[in-house]
Design a protein around this ligand. Structure first.
Ligand code: FAD
Length: 386
């Protein structure tokens, strides 16, 4: 039987942020997950609040109180403004290795999407942050595509920039056999000089900006980007993308790296099926292929997401039980300590984080980041006191 202080069920943004935090306080922590979840599929940009009442939010911090008072069951309301700010600050300070996040909570950046539209967000990878509407207005933009790359149509982006926003934009398609963005990113990780060779004949220096799909490497994006800027004489950025997304993969790796460094074991393909809990601790049944395992822990953080959730039954003492079903958009209720609540009663040592907490259409990576961080603080406090 495996024995840890904290078991985190779910390996997306919420679970990995929580695991990093608990492992920093020397609590032995393990993360198990059936799969990679939705974090890796996301655009990798982190929204605090992108839209409110279907309207674009320009100043998310200004709108946060209004959002919280209108949505008292939303995780932001449960953890409160102060903790939200702390979680974002902690993320910007601590998650800065092979890729950095830029942006702030005061003003949303509006970044270029693969449809040639602009989407508001709070934090974006440094390779994407230049693609704001404000930067591109009054600029000349060359949208660059790759011949066989799926889900990226440079002509559409250039057309939309011109027609919808009056931005001077052209496009070209470079030769390339790779169809998948991740394949191309792996190739460019070591062969980005090929792009320089292919673009040099096209006078790239005549443009203010060169807009690439997000395929400029995985671990060496910053270096590739500045090398291209130096060689081509124009500013370079990556647009957002559809899934499967390279920025989503970068984010997933950025989140996993410090966990592994802190000694957190991350096990993929492990499905938690049942939790039995008493005041003394929790026993979790796991199925991995055909193998059954049991993990004993002092506390559990459930971070099983919203759209790729596998069922878990939760059994407390005296017929106190619940089922975390796999139904999409079924959200889990908690008390103010982020403890799982069933029929009005809280499970003492089971905490919840991430999009599993939130109703439909009211989630984003910001929810998972902030509640992952907050749930870890709750667990640390609980284990200190008990
Ligand atoms: C295509 C797409 C684009 C998006 N774009 C954006 C964006 O631009 N900006 C933004 O802010 N947000 C975006 N989002 C939303 C954001 O990605 C999610 O809200 C966030 O990633 C959820 O993180 P999470 O950790 O809560 O859950 P997930 O990342 O879904 O992780 C859930 C984890 O739990 C595991 N799991 C589930 N059940 C079990 C079980 N029984 N046993 C063990 N493991 C289990 C899963 O395998 C997975 O590892 C996007 C989402 C999608 C799908």
């Amino acid at each position: 039987m495996i024995d840890v202080d904290v078991l985190v069920i779910g390996g997306g943004m919420a679970g990995l942020v929580a695991a990093r935090k608990t492992s920093e306080t020397n609590l032995s922590t393990m993360v198990i997950a059936t799969g990679l979840g939705s974090t890796i599929l996301s655009s990798g940009t982190i929204d605090l609040l992108g839209y409110l009442d279907d309207e674009e939010v320009k100043k998310p911090l200004e709108k946060l109180n209004q959002f919280i008072s209108r949505n008292p069951t939303h995780p932001y309301a449960i953890i409160g403004r102060e903790r939200i700010l702390e979680a974002f600050e902690n993320f910007k300070e601590k998650y800065s290795s092979f890729i950095k996040y830029e942006g702030n909570l005061e003003t949303n950046e509006t970044l270029l999407t693969p449809l040639g539209l602009f989407k508001p967000t709070s934090l974006a990878q440094s390779s994407m942050i230049e693609s704001t509407k404000e930067n591109l207005e009054n600029s000349k933009v060359l949208v660059i595509g790759f011949r066989n790359l799926i889900n990226h149509v440079p002509a559409l982006i250039a057309h939309s920039l011109k027609e919808n926003w009056g931005i001077d934009a052209d496009y070209i398609k470079l030769e390339g056999n790779e169809t998948q963005p991740i394949q191309l990113a792996i190739l460019l990780e070591s062969h980005s000089d090929e792009i320089t060779k292919r673009l040099n004949d096209l006078n790239p220096g005549d443009y203010d900006y060169l807009a690439f799909p997000p395929v400029l490497g995985i671990r060496h994006t910053t270096e590739i980007l500045s090398e291209l800027e130096n060689n081509l004489g124009a500013k370079v950025f990556e647009t957002m993308s559809f899934p499967p997304s390279v920025p989503g993969l970068r984010l997933q790796q950025l989140l996993e790296q410090p966990c592994t460094q802190n000694g957190v074991e991350i096990r993929l393909g492990w499905h938690a099926t049942e939790i039995k809990t008493t005041k003394q601790g929790c026993q979790t049944n796991i199925i991995e292929n055909d193998t059954k395992r049991e993990i004993s822990s002092k506390a559990i953080i459930i971070a099983t997401g919203q759209i790729m959730r596998d069922e878990i039954s939760v059994n407390g003492e005296k017929n106190f039980q619940d089922t975390i079903n796999a139904q999409m958009f079924h959200y889990l209720k908690t008390d103010s300590e982020l403890r799982l609540v069933s029929n009005g009663k809280s499970f003492e040592n089971i905490f919840v984080a991430g999009s599993a907490l939130s109703e439909r259409n009211m989630i984003g990576l910001g929810t998972s980041l902030t509640t992952g961080y907050a749930s870890a603080l709750k667990v640390i406090k609980y284990l200190k006191e008990n």
